[in-house]
Design a protein around this ligand. Structure first.
Ligand SMILES: Nc1ccn([C@@H]2O[C@H](COP(=O)(O)OP(=O)(O)OP(=O)(O)O)[C@@H](O)[C@H]2O)c(=O)n1
Ligand SMILES: C[C@](O)(CO)[C@H](O)COP(=O)(O)O
Length: 239
């Protein structure tokens, strides 16, 4: 039997690379805020029972107003995020501390509004049989490893592309796995993870991390160009 999951939407960033007058998750694209587009998908997915939003400081009222305005019924909390992405995940873990250890948790970047309900459902269902997973896509570019320390970056390795995948979100975990990995990582201030699979891989290396094949539509809105792509793709989307 497939149990449902709680979605943790990370919206605690300030969007420095976007350079807008507000965090990019609050920018209006194709008729509504990016955060709202992302909430639309999780709200529509039958395999998600609760949604928790972790918002940038100073913008909680805006996020709460948006949740009320669009009437998202699964949103059980809009809370303040942390100083960095991992900090926002730890805020969620603190709030989920009373839940059963086998609770399914999906962590998702709020600025990936084009995630599909298919991908979310596949993640939730796979968590019946694996403790951790990430969505990813096979790389169509050759990936270079570089040494950035000289006058200009120089190539140090060109890994076999057939083994290179680009990581996306959602990333899914049994709560006890994610909580334990972050508990250990929190004691290591020099570790600056860019995703939660990386936290599990480093601190619980015996835990296998399964891969759900995603799609190229699930872009992370990071730079101004991404906004233009998202606008076009969101206009064509049907949930
Ligand atoms: N303190 C933070 C920083 C980031 N995030 C979230 O993590 C996701 C991926 O981060 P990124 O794209 O880097 O967003 P920003 O941190 O806002 O962007 P930038 O790095 O350009 O400032 C975003 O949904 C972002 O809101 C978060 O919840 N809490
Ligand atoms: C988690 C992530 O989206 C996987 O690609 C990515 O690492 C987030 O990076 P960011 O620098 O916080 O946007």
């Amino acid at each position: 039997m497939t149990s449902t999951a709680v979605a943790v939407l990370l919206a605690g960033g300030t969007g420095s690379r976007m350079g807008a007058d507000r965090p990019k998750q609050l920018l209006r694209v194709a008729g509504r805020e990016l955060l709202a587009h992302t909430l639309d998908v999780f709200e529509a997915c039958d395999d998600i029972d609760h949604i928790r939003v972790y918002m940038a400081a100073g913008h909680l009222d805006h996020a709460r107003e948006l949740v009320d305005r669009y009437g998202y019924r699964k949103v059980e909390a809009v809370a303040e995020g942390g100083a960095d992405r991992a900090g926002s995940v730890r805020c969620a873990l603190a709030d989920l501390a009373g839940e059963p250890g086998d609770r399914k948790v999906l962590v998702h970047d709020a600025v990936r509004p084009l995630v599909s309900t298919r991908t979310i459902s596949e993640c939730v269902r796979l968590l019946d049989s694996v403790p951790a997973l990430t969505v990813a896509v096979p790389s169509t570019d050759t990936i270079l490893e570089v040494d950035p320390s000289g006058e200009g970056p120089t190539v140090t390795a060109i890994p076999d592309r057939s083994r290179m995948w680009r990581c996306q979100t959602p990333q899914g975990f049994r709560l006890e796995v994610l909580a334990e990995a972050h508990r250990r990582a929190a004691a290591d201030p020099d570790f600056r993870p860019t995703d939660d699979g990386g936290v599990v891989r480093r601190y619980l290396p015996e835990t296998p991390i399964a891969v759900v094949t995603g799609d190229e539509f699930n872009l992370k809105v990071t730079h101004p160009l991404d906004l233009r792509l998202a606008e076009t793709l969101l206009r064509d989307r049907t949930l």
